[in-house]
Structure formats: C-alpha cells, structure tokens
Write a protein that binds this ligand. Structure first.
Ligand SMILES: CC(=O)SCCNC(=O)CCNC(=O)[C@H](O)C(C)(C)COP(=O)(O)OP(=O)(O)OC[C@H]1O[C@@H](n2cnc3c(N)ncnc32)[C@H](O)[C@@H]1OP(=O)(O)O
Ligand SMILES: O=C([O-])CC(=O)C(=O)O
Length: 372
C-alpha cells in the first residue's frame, strides 16, 4: 500500500453535484460564469439539492420556507451570551452553535430522506441568523429578525446592520454566495461526507465541515488575505512585503489551489467586484494592492489567485468585520455540504481508507518498572 500525500488526485466518490473539468467549474452542468451573472443564491441552493433549476413556484416555496425557518431557538441565542465573547472567533462560535442547534431539533436523529431534507432547509435558513446574531451580540446589540420581503443575500446584510442594504451591495453579496456554494470534494465537503457516512446526523456533518473550513489552508484564507492587505497598507509596500514572504518560503494567502492549474474561474468575478466596490468606498488601494500582489505571485510562482483572494476586499468594501469572512463562506458553502450530505445518505457506504504504516516493527511489551 502506498499513500498519496493529501489524497492528491484520488477519486473518492461519485457525485452529481458539481464538477471541475479542465479548470471549468459547473454546478449540475451549469457553468459557474452563467450562474454568477444570472442566478439568485436561492436558485443555486435548489439546484444543488434537487439537481435542477426551480420553477417560479418551487423557488417561491423555498424562499418562504427559508424565511420561516430562520428564527433561532432562544437557548442558542442565550448560549452566545455565555461565551467569552471578546475572545471567541466567530467561526468557533458558529461551529459550537450549529452543534447546539441539533440539540433543539427533535428530528435531529431521524434518518428518513424527507426529514433530512427538512433539516437541510432549517440549517440553511438559520446559518445567516447565527452569524449575524453573534456578530451583533458581541457588540452589545440585539439580533435583528429577518424580513419576509427580502431575499437571502439582502436579509444577511440587513440582519448584520439593521439597515436595508443598497442594491449594489445585495448584488455583490448574492454573487459571492453563488460563487462559494459548492466545490466538488473540497476538504470541508469531504469531512461532512466522511462524518455522515457513519450514519451520523446532519448537524454532526455540518459541525465537522465548519471545523474543516475554519483552517487557513481552506476557508480561513479569506480573513488572512485581508490581514495581509491591512499589514501591507499601500501599493508601494507590496513588492518588498511579498518578496520577503516568498524568500522565506511563506505562503501567500489566497493563491494556489489543489485542483485548478491555469486559474480559478471564480476569481475574475470577485476581482471585478473588488474593483467596483473599492472604488465606490474610496478604498481603491485595496484593489490596487491586490492586483500588484497577483502580478508578482502569478509571474514568479506561477500561482493564480483562488476564490479567497478577491473575496477579502469585496467583503471589506461591504463593511463586514474581517473575522466574519470565513463564517460568510460557511453561510454559502453549507448549501453544498447539505447537498453532499443528502447525496451520501442516498447511496451510503462507510468511508474508511487505509494508512501506509511507517512506525516500528513488532516490539515486546516491557512492564513500566523495567523500562529504562
Ligand atoms: C476555498 C479554498 O480552500 S481555496 C484555498 C485557500 N487557501 C489558501 O489560499 C492558502 C494558500 N494556498 C495554499 O496553501 C495551497 O496552494 C493550497 C493548500 C490551497 C493547495 O495546496 P497543495 O496542492 O497542497 O500544494 P502544496 O501546499 O503542497 O504546495 C505545492 C508547492 O507550491 C507552493 N505553494 C502553494 N501555494 C502557495 C502559496 N499560496 N504561496 C506560496 N507558495 C505556495 C508550496 O510552498 C509548495 O512549494 P514546494 O514544492 O517548493 O514546497
Ligand atoms: O476545492 C478546494 O480544494 C477548496 C475549495 O473549497 C474551493 O476552492 O472552493
């Protein structure tokens, strides 16, 4: 048995949800470029879960259900207030809160298909409420209930600030949600599938996935990108900062990808939004710095930007706290996790690979008093 480091190139499952072929990303056969330009996030949720785009009435039904299920159990809100709120990272709070949600769902351990679908809707609906409630509670503010007349993207921004967002912000945020929704067998999605393949419940699968997304080699990179842009401060400093990192063999966050070689097709959409939004907010230097970083890293390391690179300046321009960037990724990616969890249950087999053992050979047990 020989191990493949990081399971690179290993095909671990079949899936009909999303595909990356020759650097082209599709959700159920729809090119990500088309979806980014035209689709609402709610349509994408439906597409991922049902493998077809919704009719107008199916979409309306999903929207109504998401609005209805957005309310959080009071116990979970109270729990936020017991956290060491000024020290807890919102991703850790989200991980704990999703696990807690399972405690208050009477159907949590019911393994029927329809029940699992109902839980998927409930979880998708509650993710924005969790992220925005935590963000407000830690500032001493009360959570804001979603509005029935606003869509998913608008409601997230509304619940975060308590103010109706501008159309351009809603458009950008919706596009970001669409772009982050699913990505074949990425680390967090694989984690979710491994978890539920033991026939564990939906809440456990999503809790595990949040834990995997949190790391800076995966979803956590978007917050690190913003930290880098803030540290660099101005276009003049980019050159020395990036070269120093590269000379020290440090990674530049937001670059590289396990699957894409020529480039991540989502990056151009986020680059475009970053340009537009940073100009509007009078912070074009974030875009200019990003472009300069991209030029250096691409030409000197051959590494193109991934989805996390330009999303950082996009979210910053929307006035979002930097440590909420990865939780926002989770608000979108939970749609993909749930699609994969439902798909795993449909045709389940325990996921249990082997390890290539590299430890010592057979040894004789020595009683503790005789060990040197
Ligand atoms: C939503 C997402 O999860 S997208 C990815 C988000 N993560 C990041 O942006 C973090 C930065 N990027 C990385 O760490 C990597 O590119 C990953 C984890 C995304 C993919 O990496 P892998 O396929 O495992 O490649 P690996 O980490 O083995 O790197 C291969 C080589 O490229 C280099 N490399 C890869 N990414 C980078 C980077 N961002 N900056 C500098 N060098 C890099 C590595 O140092 C390594 O060099 P070496 O062979 O000289 O040691
Ligand atoms: O696919 C991956 O390895 C990382 C990921 O989730 C993404 O790029 O959206």
């Amino acid at each position: 048995m020989t191990a493949t480091r990081g399971l690179e190139g290993v095909v671990a499952t079949t899936s009909s949800i999303s595909s990356i072929i020759d650097d082209t990303l599709t959700y159920v056969g729809y090119n990500i470029d088309d979806l980014a330009e035209h689709a609402s996030f709610e349509e994408v949720i439906y597409l991922l879960w049902h493998r077809k785009l919704p009719t107008a009435s199916q979409l309306q039904e999903l929207k109504e259900q998401l609005a209805k299920d957005a309310e959080l159990p009071q116990e979970v809100l109270n729990q936020f207030k017991t956290f060491p709120i000024d020290k807890v990272h919102p991703m850790a709070a989200l991980r704990t809160a999703v696990s807690s949600l399972g405690l208050y769902d009477e159907e949590a351990d019911v393994m029927e298909t329809e029940s699992n679908y109902r839980k998927a809707v409930r979880l998708q609906a509650k993710m924005p409420s969790l992220v925005t409630a935590f963000a407000r509670i830690r500032k001493g503010l009360e959570p804001v209930a979603p509005r029935k007349d606003l869509g998913f993207a608008a409601n997230f921004l509304y619940m975060l600030t308590g103010e109706e967002p501008e159309a351009i912000a809603v458009e950008a945020f919706n596009k970001a949600l669409v772009l982050h929704a699913d990505h074949e067998l990425n680390a967090s999605t694989f984690t979710a599938r491994v978890c539920v393949a033991t026939l564990s419940d939906v809440y456990s699968g999503v809790t595990a996935a949040i834990g995997a997304l949190k790391g800076p080699l995966h979803g956590g990179a978007n917050e690190q990108v913003m930290k880098m842009l803030t540290d660099i401060g101005s276009v003049e400093n980019v050159d020395s900062y990036i070269h120093e990192k590269l000379n020290n063999k440090e990674k530049i966050m937001g670059f590289g990808h396990r699957v894409y070689r020529k480039g991540d097709p989502r990056a151009k959409h986020l680059r475009e939004m970053s340009q537009k939004l940073t100009k509007l907010t009078g912070e074009a230097h974030y875009y200019d710095m990003s472009i300069k970083i991209e030029e250096i890293v691409t030409s000197e390391k051959g590494l193109p930007p991934n989805v996390d690179f330009y999303s950082a300046s996009v979210y910053h321009s929307l006035g979002i706290d930097h440590d909420l960037f990865t939780p926002i990724f989770a608000v979108s990616r939970v749609s993909g996790w749930l699609a994969h969890i439902l798909e795993q249950y449909e045709n389940n087999r325990l996921i249990r690979p082997r390890a290539d053992y590299t430890g010592p050979g057979m040894q004789s047990y020595v009683p503790v008093e005789k060990r040197g």
